[in-house]
Design a protein around this ligand. Structure first.
Ligand code: IPE
Ligand code: IPE
Ligand code: MG
Length: 262
């Protein structure tokens, strides 16, 4: 259940955070489920199950913080290379999440947009994700990109293929293919890029997540394994974000003396 409520100290942290600059879009690479289970001598799939619970909590926290967009990496195009049993368990969990959470997500104004090659997922998973997306389509508190069978490279290839097709049909001229035109063929169009990408599980890499959109995202890596990632961990990542200076290629503010402020 996505009940929204807050205990004293979490609420104090939240209020403090809200006084700073908040990201519009947070992306999360939810890594470490397997290690979480292994540490407990349990099968990896139990880590994925607990990871799914952590995701529900983080969605709830994002709503509470007023974050407009959340994207979560649930299954990559490379994850098909895992043992068949694990892949099947992940697909089944996806079905369970989509079917079990639809009503609550809709009730809390979450709009779920699956991103990735959903059409090549097993039928049941695809159907449930499509149903979830349809059921939550009017949500206006949080837009949630659920990345399943998602790969940043394949998203870019897909956009290139579509543009090539349109060029052959004479609908677009090669000279007109600029950033705006290219972006229109990405899954996340017309929504904003992530401002912050959090990776759990301690690695410092994107693993093919939102390659195009993450160009100027701030990156925060935490050793916390995804099933243990809590509202407090999210607050910590947000504080790190709030202390970063985003420059977008411009002159750093504190180095700009002597120059103009134009
Ligand atoms: C992330 O956890 C979930 C998926 C990639 C599907 P992992 O399963 O990668 O967990 P670790 O990294 O092996 O601990
Ligand atoms: C990234 O985790 C993909 C997801 C979280 C779904 P991986 O565990 O697949 O990434 P690598 O293999 O460590 O790069
Ligand atoms: Mg991993």
């Amino acid at each position: 259940m996505l009940s929204i409520g807050a205990s004293g100290s979490t609420e104090r942290h939240r209020q403090k955070l809200l006084r700073g600059r908040m990201p519009v879009h947070v992306g999360i690479i939810m890594d470490g489920n397997g290690r979480w289970a292994q540490e407990r001598g349990r099968p990896r799939v139990e880590g994925h199950r607990s990871g799914s619970r952590a995701l529900r909590e983080i969605i709830k926290e994002c709503i509470s913080l007023g974050i407009d967009y959340l994207s979560a990496f649930a299954f990559s195009t490379e994850n098909w290379t895992r043992p068949r049993g694990e892949v099947e368990a992940l697909m089944a969990l996806m079905v369970e999440f989509a079917a079990g959470e639809a009503a609550d997500l809709a009730a809390h104004g979450v709009k779920v947009i699956p991103i990735g090659e959903v059409s090549s997922l097993p039928l049941r998973t695809r159907e449930e994700l499509e149903r979830l997306s349809e059921f939550t389509r009017d949500g206006d508190s949080l837009t949630f990109f659920l990345a399943v069978n998602y790969g940043g490279r394949s998203e870019i290839h897909r956009a290139a293929r579509e543009l090539a097709r349109r060029a052959v049909q004479g609908k677009v001229s090669p000279e007109d293919i600029d950033e705006e035109c290219f972006r229109a063929h990405l899954y996340t169009h017309p929504h904003p890029d992530p401002d912050l990408i959090i990776r759990t599980g301690g690695e410092w890499r994107l693993s093919n997540f939102l390659l195009y959109q993450a160009s100027y995202a701030e990156f925060v890596s935490t050793p916390v394994l995804w099933p243990d990632f809590s509202a407090g961990d999210l607050h910590r990542a947000l504080r790190i974000y709030q202390n970063r200076e985003r420059r977008f290629g411009q002159v750093k503010k504190r180095d700009s003396h002597g120059g103009t402020d134009a």
